[in-house]
Design a protein around this ligand. Structure first.
Ligand SMILES: [Zn+2]
Length: 391
């Protein structure tokens, strides 16, 4: 409670902490002294108070402890070491090789974490914990990744593996929910009570925030927007094995796949210049911006499916904002200019408050900030989540 008060309102007096927490001034003083000793808080020079003794404002000591954030993506494993002021001290990025077995991939994650911690820039004894953002359905109670279509993993004992290989506490969550947590903690989130953060990358997922709290659902599965069944032409399989999921139409992987299919009957598209195995969604977006008809068709169709799904979310949850991140969202104006009209056209229009459609606060790094937010939340007990029992 004391840490939380200082995090929310830096430079606060002990008296004010006592007033806000309801704890006695003696208890607050004892706790503040102990937190100063632990280098989590620090005190400023005394300043004159309106009455009584001069007060010494207490502030959050961002330099005394460290965190590690990991974004375990299907293409790259990205890791950062930061202090509690979230200044990046060290960064590592390695290729995931997600086609290899889970143990191989998790060993790579372990190496990234140990490599981040092994630096003469910090005392590794002051690393508080590791946050991990992972694509998939994760049971937070058991620490098991129950199913991850993106990695093709089932029942991977993530917590056990991590705890037996690294000397720090590990916290993890689904990547889209992590992104939403990052937005509530560091980004645009504080402005909104209800928001939905959508990750449009290799796959598609949503982190749902209701009343400033993350929503998990009964099995921790809430927000699997990518597996929303949509009606389409069934040309591409979803990573889950089905053919009608939104991911099969609008994810980065699907955009590239659908362009490859289109190229079989289109020899005039400039996308023919790219070797098929190297073709990515960003090439399709670039070609569309140059006016390539095939690329325009593929990208516009993808945004059509995504836009209608987002309109559906707006109608169901009535959030103040939809925040979009992930690789596909980094394609600039063509992403926003193609997507927004579809949302506008399909959303229920009898609403008094205009919703916001916004880019993620840390483009390309939303998952990392989410991972860091997980550790911060554990430290501060910010109570941001709605976790049902069993998840
Ligand atoms: Zn699916």
């Amino acid at each position: 409670m004391v840490l939380n008060s200082v995090w929310k309102d830096n430079n606060i007096s002990r008296l004010e902490i006592s007033r806000r927490t309801g704890l006695s001034t003696a208890t607050v003083s004892r706790l503040v002294d102990s937190l100063i000793q632990d280098q989590l808080l620090a005190e400023r020079q005394p300043i004159a108070a309106p009455k009584g003794r001069p007060m010494k404002p207490v502030y959050f000591n961002g330099k005394g402890h460290y965190l590690i954030g990991i974004d375990l993506g299907t293409t790259f494993i990205r890791g950062v070491l930061t202090n509690l002021s979230f200044e990046i001290i060290k960064e590592i990025e390695v290729v995931t090789e997600s086609h290899k077995d889970p143990e191989y991939v998790l060993n790579k994650v372990v190496q990234v974490i140990l490599n981040l911690a092994n630096t003469n820039l910090v005392d590794s004894g002051r690393i508080i914990g590791v946050g991990m953002a992972v694509a998939g359905i994760i049971n937070l109670n058991t620490g098991i990744v129950e199913y991850s279509p993106a990695f093709n993993w089932r029942n991977i004992e993530l917590r056990n593996f991590m705890e037996s290989h690294i000397p720090f506490p590990v916290y993890f969550d689904n990547v889209s929910r992590a992104m939403a947590l990052g937005e509530i903690t560091f980004g645009k989130g504080p402005k909104f009570d209800d928001l939905i953060c959508i990750n449009v990358g290799y796959g598609i997922g949503a982190g749902i925030v209701i009343g400033r709290k993350l929503f998990y659902g009964t099995d921790g599965m809430a927000g699997e927007l990518g597996h929303l069944p949509v009606r389409g032409d069934e040309q591409v399989y979803c990573t889950c094995g089905k053919k009608n999921c939104l991911t099969a139409y609008a994810s980065g992987d699907a955009i590239a796949q659908r362009a490859r299919i289109g190229l079989q009957n289109d020899k005039s598209s400039i996308l023919n210049l790219i070797p098929p195995e190297e073709l990515e969604a960003k090439h399709v977006a670039e070609a569309a911006m140059k006016g390539d008809p095939l690329a325009i068709t593929v990208f516009t169709e993808a945004m059509g499916y995504l836009g209608r799904a987002i309109a559906g979310l707006l109608n169901i949850f009535n959030p103040q904002a939809i925040i979009l991140g992930g690789g596909v969202s980094l394609n600039g104006p063509i992403f926003w200019d193609t997507l927004k009209p579809v949302i506008e056209e399909n959303v229920f229009d009898h609403r008094s408050t205009k919703y916001h459609i916004l880019p993620a606060s840390h483009p390309g790094q939303s998952a990392i900030y989410g991972a860091l937010a997980m550790v911060l939340q554990e430290i501060l007990n910010l109570s941001l989540t709605i976790r049902k029992q069993g998840t």
